[in-house]
Design a protein around this ligand. Structure first.
Ligand code: A3P
Length: 311
């Protein structure tokens, strides 16, 4: 990637389909997916300019499906001797998100100093359908994490309602359910985002690995081992895996002072503690909003989501 080159081809927002999300907030559509007005230029720049290196690891996800957890795990798997860094820095500070941190402004930003240049880990929420040319042109490894849609929506709802925008005008839960079911959500439709990467993992298993939040929660040792094997850096001893699983658990990470803070980590527009809420599966049971279950029943059933973890 060229650093400090300025990007000429910017999107004309008025030429894109847009729809009211809630209150005065609009989303814009690019390539069939919805985006925040403040991130869509970054998304477009990634699509146009990002060239992954064959050694890169791209963590892809729909927001609120376990990105923070996977950032911590991937960092620890790849940089075993320096994983203590997670005790002093938020995972989002260590692993940049392409469309926000690198391509978020009209000049490409330098990679953060935390980046290991021989094995860069970069993250994105951009759907495969619009990033396919970029990803397919490289032998980089893609890891995609997904999560039960109900927990994803509940987590999204809490997260968005902590943002400054929602302080002016909260996002009502009923509206959130309606938005989610219609696909009108940043980087959505959710199912299309998931299915794009699911298909990639089936078509190119050597280059793309697909896992769910729920299976990682149920059996972290097995899945961390699988991740390490997929990335070509398997473990010699089970004790190493256990240490990484413990060091990246919700309990451990959320108790580091840096992640308890309501201050903003470098480059991030949300407080550090907003990335750690409950960290469990099946939280919808506590919410008792039957409409969500009813609405989601009408969405197509997909076999990649483990059943029984959220009803
Ligand atoms: P909840 O809001 O359900 O608690 P993302 O990182 O993609 O933004 O996803 C955030 C969700 O992952 C939040 O879910 C958060 O609590 C949870 N999370 C963050 N770190 C985690 C960890 N180490 N283990 C399990 N869940 C984690």
């Amino acid at each position: 990637m060229e650093l400090d080159s300025s990007f000429e081809l910017e999107l004309e927002l008025s030429s894109l389909p847009q729809e009211k999300w809630w209150g005065n907030n609009c989303l814009f559509q690019l390539g069939g997916f919805w985006h925040w007005p403040q991130t869509i230029q970054g998304v477009n720049r990634v699509i146009k300019h990002f060239q992954p290196l064959p050694s890169d690891i791209i963590l892809a996800s729909f927001p609120k499906t376990g990105t923070t957890w996977l950032k911590a795990l991937l960092y620890s798997i790849v940089n075993r001797s320096s994983r203590h860094r997670l005790t002093v820095d938020n995972p989002h500070t260590i692993i940049p998100t392409l469309e926000y941190d690198i391509y978020g402004t009209s000049h490409a930003s330098a990679m953060p100093s935390s980046i290991n240049h021989s094995r860069r880990i970069l993250s994105t929420h951009i759907p495969y359908q619009i990033l396919a040319k970029t990803l397919d042109s490289s032998e980089c490894r893609v890891v995609y994490v997904t999560r039960n849609p109900k927990d994803t929506l509940v987590s999204t709802w809490h997260f968005i309602n902590k943002s400054n925008k929602a302080k002016e005008e909260p996002w009502p839960f009923e509206v959130a359910v309606d938005n989610f079911c219609r696909g009108l959500i940043p980087y959505g439709p959710y199912y299309d985002n998931v299915m794009g990467y699911r298909k990639l993992s089936l078509d190119r298993p050597k280059y793309a690995h697909f896992l769910t939040y729920e299976e990682l929660k149920n059996d972290p040792i097995t899945h961390v081992n699988k991740l390490a094997e997929f990335l070509g850096c398997p473990f010699d001893a089970e004790a190493q895996v256990q240490e990484i699983v413990n060091g990246c658990s919700f309990q451990t990470l959320s108790n580091h002072q840096v992640n308890k803070s309501d201050g903003f980590p470098p480059r991030i527009t949300m407080p550090s503690n907003s990335f750690f809420r409950k960290g469990v599966s099946g939280i919808i049971k506590n919410i008792c909003l039957l409409r969500l279950s009813r609405e989601l029943m009408h969405l197509p059933k997909r076999s990649f989501i483990p059943t029984g973890s959220s009803n």
